[in-house]
Design a protein around this ligand. Structure first.
Ligand SMILES: [Zn+2]
Length: 293
């Protein structure tokens, strides 16, 4: 009787030990997550890899009451909720305020190990503040060029498709364009690249195919040509834009074009924050209105 009890206790302890081991072994995130924050007029994309590495692509808005707040009040708390004290890679696709206004506030709270820039200078108070914050964060600073690959581990990589150099007077066309790759899933982040940049990327012969496309320049009709859409061949499109866009983004012409290509389009204006999750094969979309503001 006593021995039976002891055996039962040992068996129970073994079961508990196994279940703890299983929960530790399988509790890590197995998916790649890409979140497009609802920043109004602007862009801010957080990439979170299966083993917890991070890339932030832009951190700006031009339609918040205080545009410098988005890093401190919107993005930093989200990154904190992931248990991260810093960002592995912070990308500034091009130095326009709607892509960088929140970076100083964010980098002061969540410093980056590496900052990637397009190499174009722009004389604006926001860019001065960005450069000061980058210096304070002690990050390594690199210029992104076509052909570079950032290996994030777990088979996740970020291929730099553009720019090949600073060739354009229009800063938008110097935007860093990134193709995220995880097994069979591809997500293309084009920032504000417009048709001239699209044309140059296609001419370079790099692979642009992606199931998910961040539509260039907030859905402006200066980007997302039929030729570009045919080459990328996305199933899902994400447009970062405001409900009351001063520029009337997204252009109806572009949304109609996306429809005619059979692409399911999500806008941050209508959906709020948009999170794409993939295990490398299937792709899921989750939207959360007002949850990060
Ligand atoms: Zn922009």
């Amino acid at each position: 009787m006593l021995r039976d009890n002891r055996n039962r206790i040992i068996a129970a302890a073994v079961l508990v030990a196994i279940s703890i081991w299983l929960s530790v072994a399988f509790s890590g995130p197995q998916a790649l997550e890409v979140t497009f924050f609802d920043v109004g007029d602007g862009l801010c994309v957080f990439v979170y890899t299966p083993s917890g590495r991070s890339i932030l692509v832009d951190c700006g808005s031009s339609s918040w009451r205080d545009n410098s707040d988005i890093g401190r009040r919107l993005v930093a708390p989200y990154i904190q909720s992931r248990g991260l004290d810093s960002i592995d890679v912070a990308v500034l696709t091009h130095p326009h305020a709607d892509h960088m206004s929140g970076y100083p506030g964010l980098l002061d709270l969540k410093p980056a190990r590496l900052i990637l820039e397009c190499g174009a200078d722009y004389d604006s108070p926001e860019h001065v503040e960005f450069k000061k914050a980058a210096k304070r964060s002690n990050a390594k600073r690199n210029v992104a060029r076509r052909g570079q690959v950032i290996d994030m581990g777990d088979g996740v990589r970020a291929d730099i498709l553009h720019p090949a150099g600073v060739h354009y007077l229009d800063l938008n066309d110097n935007s860093i364009v990134i193709r995220l790759i995880y097994k069979n899933a591809n997500i293309l982040l084009t920032a504000d690249a417009s048709k001239d940049a699209e044309e140059e990327i296609l001419e370079s012969g790099v692979d642009v195919h992606a199931q998910v496309l961040q539509v260039g320049h907030h859905g402006s009709r200066t980007a997302t040509t039929p030729k570009w859409l045919a080459a990328v061949n996305p199933k899902i499109a994400v447009i970062s834009c405001s409900k009351r866009s001063r520029h009337n983004f997204p252009s109806r012409k572009v949304t109609q074009r996306l429809d005619s290509f059979g692409v399911r389009t999500y806008t941050t204006a209508k959906c709020g924050a948009i999170t794409i999750t993939t295990d490398g094969d299937t792709i899921k979309v989750r939207t959360r209105r007002n949850s990060f503001r």
